[in-house]
Design a protein around this ligand. Structure first.
Ligand code: ATP
Ligand code: MG
Ligand code: MG
Length: 406
């Protein structure tokens, strides 16, 4: 349950207290969404104290965090106040105040991963420049500042052309596709205009999307989770299959690219590397998240050490755990808001009801205060003896949903 600030002294007492449990260090997390919530769940197993900073009084992490400071993780004074109470400062979202994190680091605050990493990643264009400089293969890209520039990019890369906003993107909300030159200006408008800061990427006709969660410890040890396949619907992650059904050579290529990408960044924690697999067997980097990720939710049930526990181990300087799978296969299905308000809750609960009857299925509900269309409300993981079996179980769960709504 939530502790109030008055009853707990959450100041960092690394030096004046003997360690009785796993760690006395208080982990501060910028953001209290579902990732923060699942970090708190993992922390509770080892009695690690996690405090979160989030503007919503009833954010998903609030009910299970050791403490919740209500405030913006993008406000300098608030982040500085929060940092005073943390032994180590980490993030569950990259859209935080990187400049303040840099300042805090100069004052000796322990940020993991480093502010430099957050700064690079939160600007997707800067991220692309960074990774291409480090020799990591990625789709061609180019900054666009006006319609002329966008047309030049279209001439160079062809159509369809992917336009992206540099900042504040998630769940495809910063992406717009122009199928022809005539669609460029509407795509730009859909993203809020050139003032938002835009760039384009060459369209990648991938055969599969893959993701690799990579953990880096404070001693720079690196550990990679098995590559998974992610399936998106309208730019939002829908299903994750673990492990990905890919040849050994591709698995190695994907893991090596992910390892190399994370090695080029600074700081400890888990990172998710999103990749495209092309039909000629190339692996191209899409983007990196400097935190636990939707593609790693299955690890809670299917791996010896979940991505959330791994993140805590990494930022606290504990030995990294075993990322390998303890079940042959797992499939994760996101519970996205299908409708606003009550009707949406009703649909989700129908699905949850069915999942509770499926062997090997685990239901996660994030307890978000509001149901909105396409919002991630929860997820279901089915772990089992083979991909064929868990896929069939998921299919039957979803088929019933379709037939009922017809
Ligand atoms: P996330 O929620 O993963 O942070 P995001 O808003 O940052 O998403 P991206 O990961 O850039 O968005 O893109 C979302 C999806 O759009 C990708 O997973 C992929 O399916 C598709 N996509 C992105 N870039 C390209 C591209 N260059 N060519 C083809 N499809 C793409
Ligand atoms: Mg993204
Ligand atoms: Mg993405």
């Amino acid at each position: 349950c939530q502790a109030s600030t008055d009853t707990h002294d959450t100041s960092f007492r690394k030096d004046d207290l003997p360690v009785h449990g796993v760690s006395e260090v208080i982990v501060g997390v910028l953001g209290g969404g579902q990732l923060g919530r699942m970090l708190c769940q993992a922390a509770s197993e080892m009695a690690i104290k996690v405090i979160v900073l989030d503007p919503l009084t009833n954010c998903p992490a609030s009910a299970i965090a050791y403490d919740h400071m209500v405030g913006s993780f993008d406000d300098s004074a608030t982040v500085q106040e929060f940092a005073k109470r943390c032994g180590v400062l980490t993030v569950e979202i990259e859209h935080v105040d990187a400049a303040t994190m840099e300042k805090l680091e100069q004052q000796g605050v322990d940020c993991q991963p480093k502010a430099s990493t957050i700064r690079i990643i939160q600007d997707k264009y800067l991220q692309k420049v960074h990774f291409s400089r480090h020799g990591i293969p990625l789709p061609d890209f180019m900054q666009i500042d006006d319609l002329e520039g966008a047309k030049r990019a279209g001439d160079l890369f062809g159509y369809p052309l992917m336009l992206k906003s540099k900042r504040l993107a998630y769940d495809g909300r910063g992406n717009a596709v122009a199928k022809s030159e005539g669609e460029l200006s509407s795509a730009v408008n859909a993203l809020g205009g050139f003032d938002r800061g835009l760039y384009v990427e060459k369209w990648t006709p991938f055969v599969k999307e893959l993701a690799v969660i990579v953990a880096r410890g404070r001693d720079n040890s690196i550990s990679c989770y098995p590559a998974v396949e992610t399936i998106h619907k309208e730019n939002i992650c829908d299903v994750v299959k673990a492990p990905a059904d890919i040849p050994w050579k591709i698995r190695k290529l994907a893991t090596d690219a992910a390892h190399k990408a994370v090695s080029s960044l600074e700081g400890a924690g888990v990172f998710a590397v999103e990749l495209f697999l092309t039909k000629d067997g190339q692996i191209l980097l899409n983007e990196v998240a400097p935190r636990p990720h939707n593609s790693g939710h299955h690890t809670i049930e299917s791996c010896y050490t979940s991505q959330f526990e791994q993140h805590l181990r990494a930022v606290l300087g504990l030995p990294l755990g075993d990322p390998s799978m303890k079940t042959p296969a797992a499939i994760m299905y996101n519970l996205l808001g299908e409708d606003e308000g009550e009707p949406g809750f009703h649909l989700a609960h129908q699905l949850i009801g069915r999942a509770l009857n499926i062997q090997g299925a685990s239901v996660h509900w994030y307890d978000k205060p509001e149901m909105r269309k396409q919002r991630k409300m929860g997820h279901i993981t089915i772990a089992g003896p083979s991909m064929g079996i868990v896929e069939a179980q998921l299919k039957s769960m979803l088929k019933e949903e379709g037939s009922e709504s017809q």
